[in-house]
Design a protein around this ligand. Sequence first.
Ligand code: PMT
Length: 309
Amino acid sequence: MSIYWEEFYSTHAAPADFGDNKARMEEFTARHLAKMGKIALITSGGTTVPLEHNTVRFVDNFSAGTRGSASAEYFLQEDYAVIFLYRFKSLEPFVRHFMGQKFLDLLEITKNEGASSIQVKTNVTEEVLPILQQYQAVKKSQQLLCVGFTSLADYLWLLRAACELLTPFKTRALLYLAAAVSDFYIPSHQMPTHKMQSDSGPPTISLQLVPKMLKPLVSLWVPEAFVVSFKLETDETILISKARGALEKYNHKMVIANILQTRKQKVVVVTSNTVTELLLTPEEIQSDLEIEEKIVKFVTKSHAVFCSP
Ligand code: PMT
């Protein structure tokens, strides 16, 4: 039988920084394995699909990494060690709260005897302090490892390596696959080396299907882990049936189904025998509660039941 996902790895070289990132994940997992705690691999953000080997142009998707980066903070609060596999330049835990201009707007310059210093404005201290405290505690305890990817191939190489390192954690490993992974790509041997030239006329680009990595992930790479996948649709009428279909096909534990436009207020958690809607009330939205807090509570409770003897 041809193992179609192996074909992807044999025809797409590992990224240049793969060895370094694998070594960082090895060090992190070895340290946490000895502690006997739980560990989560969170994937976050979108993957790019390059159109040229020397990539000038690529196909991308909408994902900002909000789901993954917010969830990482809540898993850390639940005492999980977290490997955060994220798309470079998408949102990261903690810093996500102060992106762009907002960061500079938090600061003020004070002068004392001609010397300038910078401090956080008094009126935002209450907002910054708890996040800074959580960030520093996580840094001190070395509970979080962030590993970045850009392209689909980068992501798939890192995903497999991370899974293999999680195998010894057995049921204590949880996979939370929130990244928006491309379903279509141009195989390496069909890609031009150099930038496509417009004077050659409009290109005809033929995309092929990316192998669904959930299959080997669940059955071979981390067979004992608690695997949670996500299902994104834009048509509400097919959402639950697609989620059920994924569970039947891949035989993992849970699918978190969401609709593009409402994903920040509502998700549906589908298991082999339950369908549970999680949503934010208007009051909760008003008080800045994040749906990821509810999702992570639900998932970690289910994982605890799964782990209990
Ligand atoms: O980042 P945000 O802006 O906050 O958005 C969050 C989100 C909408 C991206 C997230 O909540 C979400 O739904 N992520 C999964 C989106 C997606 O890729 O859905 P899918 O139906 O294409 O894939 C379903 C599952 O198959 C995914 O868990 C994916 O990891 C997996 N997959 C996908 C492609 C592939 N080649 N192999 C896979 O195994």
